[in-house]
Design a protein around this ligand. Structure first.
Ligand code: MG
Length: 178
């Protein structure tokens, strides 16, 4: 494994997965945006399936406890919570470990609504949360063909971290300057 001088890995990978059930009468939050739809995603917090999977991917990349351990669903503090709170904690742990985010890729699996018309806005919102360029945030949406999960939204997210100051981006910058 490529390492920096201090023997920490130069890059780390993280993966997160989440699912939430659709329920009538609540807003649909995905990637920090409220999307127009007749149902939202249930859950103890705001049900933002994409931000939950992203949070777990970041936590996993630095081998931190997962979202359910840090923010217990039985804790009344997180009832109806804005999921950006969870993401902020994960980002702080990534930074404290000395890493920055190289890129993120994600897949949403849901029958409705269509994500295509909102994909750019979601990618922009996630990029802003993470303070990375929008072209470092991938988002695909699939329908759950043959899976029988029409009343759920599922998110898979993968992240690549690089060691701050000594990672791939930094070495590329040095090469360009030289
Ligand atoms: Mg969740």
């Amino acid at each position: 494994m490529p390492t920096t001088n201090d023997q920490q890995p130069r890059t780390r990978i993280g993966y997160g997965w989440d699912s939430h059930e659709f329920k009538r009468g609540i807003p649909l939050k995905i990637g920090g945006l409220t999307l127009p739809h007749n149902k939202g995603l249930g859950g103890h917090s705001d049900g933002d399936v994409l931000l939950h999977a992203l949070t777990d991917a970041l936590l996993g990349a630095v081998a931190a406890p997962d979202i359910g351990t840090l923010f217990s669903p039985s804790d009344p503090r997180w009832k109806g919570a804005d999921s950006s709170v969870f993401l902020t904690e994960a980002l702080e742990r990534v930074r404290a470990a000395g890493y920055t985010i190289a890129n993120v890729d994600s897949t949403l699996i849901l029958a409705a609504p269509r994500i295509g018309p909102h994909a750019t806005a979601i990618r922009e919102r996630v990029a802003k949360f993470l303070e990375i360029p929008v072209d470092s945030v991938g988002l695909k949406a699939k329908t759950p063909e043959g899976m029988g999960t029409e009343n759920a939204a599922i998110a898979h997210v993968i992240v690549l971290l690089e060691k701050r100051g000594r990672g791939l981006t930094e070495s590329k910058r040095r090469v360009r300057k030289a």
